[in-house]
Structures are given as structure tokens and as C-alpha cells.
Design a binder for this molecule. Structure first.
Ligand SMILES: *Cc1c(COP(=O)(O)O)cnc(C)c1O
Length: 397
């Protein structure tokens, strides 16, 4: 029978759960965009966004999803023909490279597969061959949401510095910001891209591009399309120019409420919460995997994201399990993404769990409990003690 009626849980890696406080903040009559509360709110919003990204740099906000933020960031620093290096660890690395190609740049992908992090030594080798410094930027995805791989951004900065290579370090933090630890200035990222609907707990619709003065200087006199140009968006006190038109009014109220939650908890406490909940997920899968086909996609825990977990099941077990938890238990798990070519029947052999943003112990333990029930119901072989192991992690954190 179905036990799904009750509050449903969307446990996919974005869009993530939206807090009631964010929903309430958005439920209001249309605000004035020329004066008053909304324009006055902007400088504080920018201050708190900087605190989340750990940067003293600028932040441009676009009415866009993550793909829009990808393009916005690239449009400000690349001219047609520019070479960029893209070390990829999953679908999103390739996607950003395709976006660069679409703008006429010349991306070169270094493919590190789907189960482990970027090897900085190989990036160093490639950059060291670029004596003429033709490569203008390195595009790295911090957490690739398709694979659950988390990359070492500080190590990439060290590679660039050691070689004295001037390429910009541009980082996709769409999945990770506000969940996995990230230090834009401390780790030396020049440009950081994110979006509202993952760790920032706000509905999809805002694309954010953080950039430092170095990136802006490298932009130089490039002709940037009027809408993507980040310069007017570095001045939050000029509200109308900042958005290049009507502001995303309700999203800004939602983001304000989300940032209030984040500031009250503290950025480091948020990172710790995600770290513990991720370990609870891993502990469950370690136990299940002892007696069956379930396997975490990333073998090395040091290379796993705290925001999303990708799981390999083989066959069509991932798809069947997703269907069971969705229909019978009210928990929607994420589909496998980018693991096999489009249309390949093997796609059903993967699933993902989003544990990013507005997520706590009962949500994660509930998700794991639903998976446990699904494994039993579908007669999928699995090891024992998974839920005890996950509870133990939560109990002893
Ligand atoms: C979600 C995501 C994107 C794409 O964002 P959209 O809002 O779907 O365009 C890009 N990169 C990463 C790492 C993501 O997690």
C-alpha cells in the first residue's frame, strides 16, 4: 500500500527544499522597486552573500538559473577564440565547457572520469605546456552534482601560482555553496558562479556571479553584452541599474529570508551540519553495500561532496527504488545524471540523494528509512544495520 500521504520530501540535488520562512517572505503584494524596503535591502543582501562565499569581492545577481550564471561569468572574461582549460569530473564540467564553446571560446577538456577528483598534477602538466599563456581561464566545478565528486580548489590555485600562470580560476559552486566548505578568497578563486535553488534554499531564478578585482581587470575592455555585463551589477546601491531592468522582487525577499536563516546558524555551523549528515548517508550505504549491489559512486570519502551523494546500483534497480520511494513513501530521490550516454538503458542503474541546504537529521534519516523499506519491498539484496549506522553518526556528532 502507499504510505506517501503526508508531507512529501524532495530529496533531489536541486531544486532543494525551501524553508517555510522563505515561502512566507515571498508571499506578499508586489513591492515598489524605486524606493523603500526592497532597494534599501540590497546592500545588506550583498554583504551577507559575500559572507557565504567568503569573499570581499563583488557579486552580480542575474534573473537566471545556473546555466545563465555560467554564461554570464564567461561572457565577462572571454572573447571568441580564447582558450580555456576545463578539468571535468562529471556532466556539469562538460556542460560548462559546452557553454564556453557556444560563446565562441575554445575549451579544452581534461577528463578525470566520474568517480574521483581532479588531479592537480595533470592540470599543472597541461598548463606548463602553455608557455605563451594562451589559456585565459581554468573552469573548475567544485562539486559535480552528477557524480558527487568534490574538487580541491585551493590545489588548483597553487598550481597556477607555482607556474606563474595568469589564467583566471573560475569555479562553479552551484551545488556546493552553502553546503560544502568553500573559501573564495582564501582558496584564490577569481570568479565563482552559483544559483539560488540549492544551498541558498530559494526557488530557482537567481544566478549569482562573484568576481574579484583581478577578474574585472582581466576583463579589460572586452565588449560584453549589455545584459550580462557584471559592472553595473557591482553596485547594489544603484538598485535599478543593478538589475538592468525590473528586479526579481519576490526572489529577493526569499533570498533575504534564507540568508537570515544562514546568518543565524553561522556559515561554519552549516558546513558542519552538512558534513555530519553526509557521513550518516555514507554510513548507511557502506552497510547496505556489504550484502548487495548498492555502492557509493566516489570511493574516497575525502573526494565526496557533503551536498549530494551519487549511488550505483547496476541494472534498473536505481530507477525501481526511486519509483518505490516516490510512490510508496513520499520521498523523491534524484535520477542518475550523465553516468551513461543519453538513451542508454543503463541509466536506471544509478540514483542520487540531495542533502543540501534546508536539511536536517530527520529528513536524512527519513530518506534512508524509505530506501531501506524499498530495498526490502523490492527484494534487493543489502547488508544489515544501515539505519543503525546512520543514527549512530547523528547520535555521536
Ligand atoms: C544545478 C547545477 C548546474 C545547473 O544549474 P541550473 O540552475 O539547472 O541551470 C550547474 N552546475 C552544477 C554544479 C549544478 O549543481
Amino acid at each position: 500500500m502507499t504510505l506517501a500521504n503526508g508531507r512529501r520530501l524532495l530529496a533531489i540535488p536541486g531544486p532543494s527544499a525551501v524553508p517555510d520562512a522563505v515561502l512566507r517572505a515571498m508571499h506578499r503584494a508586489a513591492p515598489d522597486i524605486y524606493q523603500g524596503e526592497l532597494p534599501d535591502m540590497m546592500p545588506g543582501l550583498v554583504t551577507d552573500l559575500r559572507a557565504v562565499a567568503r569573499t570581499a569581492g563583488h557579486v552580480a545577481i542575474y534573473i537566471a538559473n545556473g546555466h545563465g550564471a555560467w554564461e554570464a561569468a564567461l561572457a565577462n572574461v572571454l572573447a571568441p577564440g580564447d582558450a580555456v582549460l576545463v578539468p571535468a569530473t562529471g556532466r556539469f564540467g562538460h556542460g560548462w565547457a559546452e557553454m564556453a564553446a557556444g560563446l565562441g571560446a575554445a575549451p579544452e577538456v581534461l577528463d578525470f572520469g566520474k568517480r574521483s577528483a581532479i588531479d592537480p598534477a595533470q592540470v599543472a602538466l597541461r598548463l606548463s605546456q602553455d608557455r605563451a599563456h594562451r589559456i585565459r581561464a581554468v573552469l573548475a566545478v567544485h562539486v559535480d552534482t552528477s557524480t558527487g565528486v568534490r574538487n580541491d580548489i585551493a590545489a588548483l590555485r597553487a598550481v597556477l601560482d607555482d607556474l606563474g600562470h595568469p589564467a583566471l580560476l573560475m569555479v562553479d559552486c552551484i551545488a556546493s555553496l552553502g553546503s560544502d566548505p568553500f573559501e573564495m578568497d582564501g582558496w584564490g578563486a577569481d570568479v565563482v558562479v552559483t544559483a539560488s535553488q540549492k544551498g541558498l534554499m530559494t526557488p530557482p531564478g537567481l544566478g549569482l556571479v562573484f568576481f574579484n578585482d583581478r577578474a574585472d581587470a582581466r576583463r579589460g575592455d572586452l565588449r560584453v553584452s549589455r545584459y550580462w555585463d557584471w559592472r553595473p551589477r557591482a553596485r547594489p546601491e544603484q538598485f535599478y541599474q543593478y538589475f538592468g531592468g525590473t528586479a526579481p522582487t519576490h526572489h529577493l525577499y526569499g533570498l533575504r529570508a534564507a540568508l537570515d536563516l544562514m546568518m543565524a546558524e553561522g556559515v561554519e555551523a552549516i558546513w558542519q551540519r552538512h558534513a555530519v549528515l553526509a557521513r550518516a548517508v555514507w554510513a548507511a550505504f557502506d552497510a547496505w553495500g556489504q550484502g548487495g549491489p548498492l555502492e557509493l559512486n566516489v570511493p574516497d570519502p575525502g573526494q565526496r561532496s557533503h551536498a549530494v551523494t551519487a549511488v550505483r546500483t547496476g541494472g534498473d534497480l536505481g530507477a525501481r527504488l526511486r519509483q518505490w520511494t516516490d510512490e510508496r513513501a513520499g520521498v523523491t530521490l534524484g535520477i542518475g545524471l550523465g553516468m551513461v550516454p543519453p538513451g542508454d538503458p543503463g541509466a536506471g542503474g544509478f540514483f542520487r540523494i540531495g542533502h543540501m541546504g534546508h536539511v536536517n537529521a530527520h529528513m536524512v534519516l527519513g530518506t534512508l528509512g524509505a530506501i531501506q523499506a524499498g530495498l526490502v519491498a523490492l527484494d534487493i539484496p543489502h547488508g544489515q544495520g544501515a539505519l543503525e549506522a546512520a543514527a549512530q553518526v547523528c547520535a555521536t556528532a
